[in-house]
Design a protein. Structure first.
Length: 303
């Protein structure tokens, strides 16, 4: 069975670019797709944009009472979604029409097996047994603020925090296969938890997937366009690639890999949303009711 999918789009003050991201997500060819925008306490016109799509049967607009950061906004999406699989798009991402369908078909393929020519026992599996793919990634292209278009096809970069000695062919900063556009089977989050609360959350999650032996499948085609604007996290002075905050978070991620090399133990990241309040939700019937009620004040409980 081809899995149902939720596209989670966390956003904060990106009203100018958000509509095209929503339209591209709603226009996916995969028929069992829900689009969930998690407004992380925006102060711009994001609320008005979400209201435009309130009546769309496949759209959920979740507005948080305060800004909690991208990682926690993604965790809200995980907790509220009810589908078989989840993918995460930035508010300036433009998925190609068949991206989710292509990923879902791989994730739902029940004929994929552990070929005996590979040492599957290192990943906790036996040869010639069926494999449930945990995540399906794709190549993508990056459009920089100056208009330069860069194709990202370096699948080897998935292990850059494990084997930096293999990364000497890297090009522009950020020239790696992104996990934040991957499609993940829901069971992955049951086993490993959600995103670590930092600005390197995708990198940390990617490493945890690898350390835990999750099977990642890469579709070697460009199925997503990422548009970096001056207000993107990787362009802002406080959060760009060489900012003190990002360097500190990167060290935190590297320390986790170092612990794994020493112990072979994977640090789980429980999803803790106890301090998060949902101000409004446009389509609660598409959400996990218990999770939604747990984050919604009693005076604002949805029907």
């Amino acid at each position: 069975m081809t899995p149902s999918v939720t596209i989670v789009i966390p956003t904060y003050n990106r009203a100018l670019v958000l509509p095209q991201a929503i339209e591209a997500a709603l226009g996916q060819s995969h028929p069992k797709t829900t689009v969930m925008v998690v407004d992380d306490g925006s102060q711009d016109e994001t609320g008005a944009i979400i209201a435009r799509y309130a009546d769309h049967p496949g759209f959920v607009g979740v507005s948080l009472a305060g800004n909690v950061g991208t990682a926690q906004a993604k965790n809200v999406g995980i907790a509220l979604s009810t589908t078989d699989a989840i993918t995460f798009h930035d508010s300036d991402d433009l998925p190609h029409r068949d991206k989710v369908m292509r990923q879902a078909r791989v994730l739902g393929n029940e004929t994929i097996g552990a070929h005996p020519c590979l040492n599957w026992r290192l990943a906790g599996r036996e040869p010639e047994t069926r494999i449930q793919v945990g995540g399906v990634l794709t190549h993508h292209e990056l459009i920089l603020p100056d208009g330069e278009r860069v194709e990202i096809r370096r699948t080897l970069s998935l292990v850059d925090d494990f084997f930096p000695n293999l990364q000497m062919a890297a090009g522009v900063p950020g020239d790696w296969t992104h996990v934040n556009s991957g499609l993940f089977h829901r069971s992955v989050f049951d086993r490993l938890g959600g995103f670590l609360d930092c600005i390197e959350e995708d990198r940390e999650f990617r490493n945890r997937l690898i350390m835990a032996g999750e099977v990642l499948w890469v579709i070697p085609e460009i199925l997503l366009t990422k548009i970096e604007t001056p207000d993107s996290l990787t362009q802002l002075g406080a959060t760009y690639y060489e900012s003190p905050r990002r360097i500190a978070d990167r060290k935190r991620v590297w320390d986790g890999v170092g612990r794994w090399f020493a112990t072979r133990e994977v640090d789980l990241v429980p999803i803790d949303l106890s301090g998060i309040t949902i101000r409004s939700c446009t389509n609660p019937t598409l959400c996990d009711r218990a999770a939604l009620s747990g984050m919604t004040p009693l005076r604002e409980q949805v029907a």
